[in-house]
Design a protein around this ligand. Structure first.
Ligand SMILES: *Cc1c(COP(=O)(O)O)cnc(C)c1O
Length: 388
């Protein structure tokens, strides 16, 4: 284990030569892209790994959330309580279905929902609570939030987009709620450049997810080609940042893949929103899944070094909920607003910190009156790389 790079690449860090070969194989065989069998295999392997009975693949965790909303039967006018420290694409998926996001504050230990602050947000229209596990940590109030929801007859959606594989008391995150979403976007625990899964152990919801997926189109051939070329490009960029062939690979991938489009930042659905995971990416997903425990063990080893670093510098270490095994997608440190905004501090740090979260609805700033802790996290939390 060397030192972290000064300018870490946060996209495609888990991609290896095997994934590049699979992408090249798929590019050479467009006649196979209509065969769903590899996708079904990937979905059942992912379900088994995550401790769920069923999984369905979509083009992004955000679309998996749209499918979850549909499977849960949420309707226009319903309300879902979620953390006021999230990604813009999360409330978007609710709003696109007419569902109202209601933001509740987070705690500053693991950046999850603060279970003690949920009650005032419950109304007769509340149908579900969406909790998340951020930075690869297990949320401090995970079980308390699930109990709160159960006691009131509310469904629980778990956003595991940053914590796939993390465990509490021997069970993976995503397995305590009714439905969970995972991300395969290029900066996540494992990647197919873009992708996501919804998982559930409830038979009725599994059927609902299948119905939602069946109704969605598969990305067109040009999009599939761009995604497959992006595997090669992001792998090269992460592994060989000074390679002279990089610009050509970037061009072949259509300039790289943009996960979130300008329309989404404005809260509008972009063209082509709501598609399923193309089967052409399934073998890459399977190859990533076979190696994901290794990636996560690696991240935990690097996190242990950031622990020592925090001790030496007098920062509060990232907090791990008792009984949990995190996956440390990033290593969050609450350094305070002065440090986070001081560019020279970034230099002293010796590594470029990640930008999660630049806004309450990342990357969008929002004024959420009941979420003072979310504001403190936006202004004062940086995150450090754990895989290089
Ligand atoms: C990345 C992310 C999402 C969205 O995942 P996509 O696969 O990019 O749609 C949702 N929630 C959180 C917390 C995320 O980090």
């Amino acid at each position: 284990m060397g030192l972290p790079p000064h300018d870490p690449v946060f996209g495609g860090a888990t991609l290896g030569p095997t994934d590049v070969r699979l992408a090249e194989d798929a590019l050479a065989r467009p006649d196979t892209w209509g065969d769903d069998a590899p996708l079904r295999r990937f979905e059942s392997e992912f379900a088994a790994w995550s401790g769920a009975r069923a999984a369905r693949g979509f083009l992004g965790a955000r679309v998996a959330l749209s499918a979850a909303v549909q499977a849960l039967g949420l309707k226009a006018g319903d309300e879902v309580i979620l953390p006021g420290y999230t990604c813009i694409v999360v409330p978007n998926a609710l709003k696109f279905a007419g569902v109202q996001p209601v933001y509740a504050d987070i705690e500053l230990e693991t950046y999850g929902l603060d279970a003690s602050r949920l009650e005032p947000h419950v109304t007769p229209r509340t149908k579900a609570i969406l909790l998340h596990h951020l930075y690869g940590l297990v949320a401090r109030d995970y079980e308390a939030t699930v109990e709160f929801a159960r006691a009131r007859g509310l469904a629980v959606i778990e956003d595991c987009a940053q914590s796939s594989g993390a465990m509490l008391a021997g069970r993976k995150v995503g397995s305590r709620g009714d439905i969970a979403i995972h991300s395969l976007e290029k900066t996540k625990v494992m990647t197919t450049i873009m992708g996501g899964l919804a998982t559930t152990s409830r038979a009725d919801l599994a059927e609902g997810l299948a119905t939602a997926q069946t109704a969605m189109p598969t990305p067109d051939a040009a999009t599939v080609r761009q995604l497959l070329h992006s595997v090669t490009y992001y792998h090269a960029r992460a592994r060989h940042p000074h390679h002279p062939g990089l610009p050509a690979l970037k061009a072949a991938s259509g300039g790289g893949w943009t996960s979130t489009r300008p329309e989404e930042l404005r809260g509008e659905a972009p063209a082509g929103y709501g598609q399923r995971l193309p089967a052409a990416l399934a073998e890459i997903g399977r190859s990533q899944l076979r190696r994901v425990e290794g990636f996560n063990a690696h991240r935990r080893r690097h996190a242990a070094r950031w622990d020592e670093w925090c001790d030496r510098r007098g920062y509060e270490k990232a907090q791990v909920a008792p009984g949990s095994v995190p996956v440390f997608l990033r290593y969050p440190v609450l350094v305070g607003a002065a440090r986070k905004s001081d560019r020279s501090w970034g230099w002293q740090l010796g590594v470029k910190p990640g930008t999660w979260f630049e806004g309450e609805l990342h990357p969008v700033r929002a004024d959420l009156p009941h979420c003072p802790n979310a504001r403190l996290a936006v202004e004062g939390c940086v995150n450090l790389p754990t895989l290089w």
